[in-house]
Write a new protein. Structure first.
Length: 169
């Protein structure tokens, strides 16, 4: 059972990461603008602009995953979603539970992969080419984002089971 306190913690973390994601987007847009303006007006592009854009894109994508899931914002395949909505009763519940189990499993695999990648990059001391920033921070961002997605999907799975069990009673 997911308590209200855990829901608040997940939502709180999502709001922090979403704000950081928005800041990353602003930094990305500003960097692109300054780089393009510098390249065409002054013939002097910003050194490391590509790396800054890549890094902020990683923050933007992975820090927004869980919030997007909480808002039902992920793209579904209409053919399947429409057909599932036509089903009633236990079949629909089974299909939705299978979907949740697959989502939880994929999230768990992404956690394992990103944790291994983060530890490997950290132990080797890999740095970015131009700015010499530590690359493990990018992998850690992925790890944080997919872990929060895992928590969000798991919470929704547990809530779904609870609601469906109450309907059966």
């Amino acid at each position: 059972m997911v308590s209200k306190m855990k829901k608040d913690k997940i939502s709180f973390l999502e709001s922090i990461l979403t704000k950081f994601s928005m800041i990353s987007l602003m930094i990305m847009m500003f960097t692109v603008f300054v780089d393009v303006a510098g390249r065409f007006l002054l013939n002097k592009p910003v050194t490391g602009a590509k790396e800054i854009i890549e890094f902020t894109m990683i923050f933007l994508v992975y820090f927004g995953l869980s919030y997007t899931q909480s808002q039902n914002g992920h793209v579904g395949m209409d053919i399947f979603v429409d057909r599932i909505n036509n089903y009633r009763g236990r079949l629909k519940i089974v299909i939705l539970l299978i979907n949740s189990i697959v989502s939880i499993s994929v999230s768990a695999l992404l956690i394992i992969f990103s944790l291994n990648q983060t530890l490997s990059i950290y132990s080797r001391g890999v740095l970015s080419i131009y700015l010499q920033w530590p690359m493990w921070i990018m992998s850690l961002s992925m790890l944080l984002g997919v872990t929060l997605l895992f928590l969000r999907v798991s919470k929704e799975f547990l809530v779904s089971i609870k609601e469906n069990m109450q309907k059966e009673i």
